[in-house]
Design a protein around this ligand. Structure first.
Ligand code: AP5
Ligand code: MG
Length: 226
C-alpha cells in the first residue's frame, strides 16, 4: 500500500469503542484536509432532532446496540456523495459488520473510488473503559475532553470556544460499554480478517499518547516516512 497525500486518500479507522477513532480521525483531517465521516456522529445528530427515526436510533445507541445495516448504508452512501468528500475521506465507525464491509466495497467501486487502507487501532479493554468513562464534550462546539487525559486549560471552560457547559454521551456508562464491547467482538471484529485478506489492513498500537498514535497511523499509511 502506498498512499500519497493530495491524491484523494480513502481510509477506514476501525477498532473497539473508545480506542481513539474519533480523536485520530480529527487529527488526520487537520493534517491532510480530507473529510471525517463518523457514523456515530451522524446517528447522534439524527437522534437529537427527536424525529421518529431519531427516537428509534436513540433506543439502540443508548443500550449499545447497532442500528440496521440498511439504514446506516443509505446514510453513508448519501454522505459520501457530498462535495467535501471529493478530496477523500476517513471512515470512523463504518463498516461495523461484515455485510457493511461487503456493501462498502461495491459502493466505492460504483463511485470509482479505491479504498487505500484500513487502520485498526488496538487498545486493551481496561484502558478502553478508563478512556470512555472519563470522556466529556463541550455542549457548544463539541470539543472533546477527558477527566484525566485531556483537561481544559482553565477548569470548566472550553479551550476552543470558551463554552462552559459540557455533556457526557448516554452510552458512556459501564453497562452499555460492556455491551458495546460484546457487539464489537461478535459483529465488528470479523471485518478485521476480511480486510487483512484483501491486503488492506494495518494494525497500530493505540496505547501511547494521542500524538504517538497519530504518528504510527500516518506511518502505516505512508503519509509520513519512518
Ligand atoms: P460511535 O460513535 O462510532 O462509537 P464507538 O465505536 O463506540 O467509539 P467511540 O466514539 O466511543 O470511541 P472512539 O474510538 O471514537 O474514541 P475517542 O477518540 O472518542 O458509535 C456509537 C453508536 O452508534 C454505536 O454503539 C452504534 O449503536 C451506532 N453506530 C455507529 N456506527 C454504526 C454502524 N456503522 N452500524 C450500526 N450502528 C452504528 O476516544 C475516547 C476517549 O479517550 C476520549 O475521551 C479521548 O479524548 C480519549 N483518548 C483517545 N485517544 C487517547 C490516547 N491515546 N490517550 C489517552 N486518551 C485518549
Ligand atoms: Mg468516536
Amino acid at each position: 500500500m502506498n498512499c500519497s497525500v493530495g491524491s484523494g486518500l480513502h481510509i477506514v479507522l476501525t477498532g473497539a469503542p473508545g480506542c481513539g477513532k474519533g480523536t485520530q480521525a480529527r487529527l488526520l483531517k487537520e493534517k491532510i484536509g480530507i473529510a471525517h465521516l463518523s457514523t456515530g456522529e451522524m446517528l447522534r445528530a439524527e437522534a437529537k432532532t427527536g424525529s421518529d427515526l431519531g427516537r428509534k436510533i436513540s433506543e439502540l445507541i443508548d443500550k449499545g446496540n447497532l442500528v440496521s445495516d440498511e439504514m446506516i448504508i443509505e446514510m453513508l452512501s448519501k454522505r459520501i456523495d457530498e462535495q467535501d468528500c471529493d478530496k477523500g475521506f476517513i471512515l470512523d465507525g463504518f463498516p461495523r459488520t461484515l455485510p457493511q464491509a461487503e456493501v462498502l466495497e461495491g459502493m466505492l467501486k460504483d463511485k470509482g473510488i479505491n479504498l487505500d487502507g484500513v487502520v485498526e487501532i488496538q487498545v486493551p479493554d481496561e484502558i478502553i473503559m478508563e478512556r470512555i468513562l472519563g470522556r466529556y464534550s463541550c455542549m457548544k462546539c463539541g470539543a472533546q475532553y477527558h477527566d484525566r487525559f485531556i483537561k481544559p486549560k482553565v477548569y470548566g471552560v472550553c479551550d476552543v470556544c470558551g463554552g462552559t457547559n459540557f455533556y457526557r454521551r448516554i452510552d458512556d456508562n459501564m453497562n452499555t460499554v460492556k455491551n458495546r464491547l460484546v457487539n464489537y467482538r461478535s459483529l465488528t471484529y470479523p471485518t478485521i480478517p476480511y480486510f487483512e485478506n484483501k491486503g488492506l489492513l494495518k494494525t497500530v498500537d493505540g496505547t501511547g499518547t494521542i500524538e504517538a498514535t497519530s504518528e504510527k497511523i500516518q506511518k502505516a499509511l505512508n503519509i509520513i516516512k519512518d
